[in-house]
Design a protein around this ligand. Structure first.
Ligand SMILES: *Cc1c(COP(=O)(O)O)cnc(C)c1O
Length: 370
């Protein structure tokens, strides 16, 4: 006899609203006008599932996708029509060029060696292979520094072997609208790209789009805002919520004042309390730093996470929620407990909260899938 889990009642679910992702992209694309918006789908679309996200966005008019690594790009290639760009942000590792060229991928060239290797493959194949050139303007992470740009500018003939689709840079603190670094980076970018032949530009990430004309370019590269994170911290979130994580109550327990809950007894009841044990923990992307700090949503009320987050379980104080019952669903992340709020409680950012869901065990549900 085989036992199959009951599909209707999973312990926990990750619900991704693909229609909201699409609406968020349309909003960002409108703000990016007269340029366009790409979609950044690296790290499995920030943990939410790159394939369903890409399929849904192809039904909008998304024509440019960005991933971080070659393997991510290769996995998406069969999903995406050949004329739609899949760009690889993190340089190719030496030796990956031929595979990338065969798959019609667009590498971001971040240093002189990468330019040389891509040009060599282009010459060997007798075609002008597409690429994006990244200029570093202050991140000091990836991209050509000033000396390298000068070097390229002095003799741009190698570049003729390739089809440079965009020249890009990445902002250090776009989410801080009044940080003078934004304007300074944009100024450096335009000065440096002026040394090269004219090539379409790509500057803004999600938050950069909300800097208005300052970071305007031909192609914006939003990721986080597509998935509902707030690109304008400190101001109301202009994006639609995308992600819900909910888990079931497995057990209820009434404890006396003075009793403790969870590993290392980090929470002590000040009054007689009812504790719900809920089926998700740090192995499900619900970070251990949310111990005694996280908040859930049950029957229209906020409920406090009490005690340590365990690997597979969290404990919640439901003393004031009469609806709490075994099998009832607690929202841990979602419209009522936004990922940015979870991040603040965990001392991290919404990006880490979402990407942590990538490896989680939740049953995945996609709303609005094709
Ligand atoms: C991840 C990334 C983006 C997307 O940034 P968001 O803040 O998620 O919009 C854009 N550009 C580069 C170079 C990136 O690494």
């Amino acid at each position: 006899m085989t036992l199959t889990p009951v599909e209707a009642a999973p312990a926990s679910r990750l619900i991704v609203d693909l229609d909201a992702v699409a609406a968020n992209w349309r909003h960002l694309n409108a703000l990016a006008a007269p340029g366009r918006a790409a979609a950044v789908v690296k790290a499995n679309a920030y943990g939410l599932g790159a394939v369903p996200v890409v399929r849904r966005l192809l039904r909008e008019s998304v024509r440019h996708f960005f991933v971080a690594r070659l393997e991510e790009a290769l996995a998406l290639r069969p999903e995406v029509p050949p004329e739609v760009m899949i760009a690889v942000l993190n340089s190719l590792c030496p030796g990956e060029e031929t595979v990338a060229a065969e798959a019609g991928l667009v590498p971001v060239l971040n240093d002189l060696g990468a330019i040389e290797r891509w040009c060599a493959v282009a010459r060997a194949r007798g075609e002008r292979l597409p690429a994006i050139l990244q200029l570093d303007t202050g991140m000091n992470r990836l991209g050509l520094g000033y000396r390298e740009i000068e070097h390229v500018a002095q003799d741009a003939t190698p570049l003729e072997a390739i089809d440079l689709r965009f020249v890009m840079t990445h902002l250090v603190s776009a989410e801080s609208a009044d940080d003078p670094r934004n304007a300074e980076q944009v100024r450096l970018f335009h000065a440096r790209r002026g040394l090269l032949p004219p090539i379409p530009t790509s500057i803004a990430n999600s938050s950069g789009i909300f800097l208005g004309s300052l970071a305007a370019s031909d192609l914006a590269r939003p990721g986080a805002a597509l998935y509902g994170l707030n690109p304008t911290p400190g101001r109301p979130n202009p994006m639609r919520p995308v992600v819900t994580v909910e888990a079931r109550i497995l057990q209820l327990r009434d404890i006396e004042a003075g009793e403790t809950v969870g590993y290392n007894a980090t929470w002590r009841a000040e009054r007689a309390s009812r504790i719900a044990t809920v089926a998700a923990g740090y192995a499900d992307g619900y970070q251990r730093d949310l111990s005694n700090r996280g908040v859930g949503w049950l029957a229209g009320r906020r409920v406090q996470i009490v005690g340590r987050v365990s690997m597979d379980l969290v404990t919640v104080d439901v003393t004031d929620v009469p609806e709490a019952a075994p099998g009832a669903v607690v929202q841990l992340i979602g419209p009522d407990i936004p990922p940015d709020e979870v991040a603040a409680a965990a001392g991290t950012n919404g990006y880490e909260i979402l990407t942590a869901l990538g490896a989680a065990r939740h049953q995945r549900v996609y709303l609005g899938a094709a």
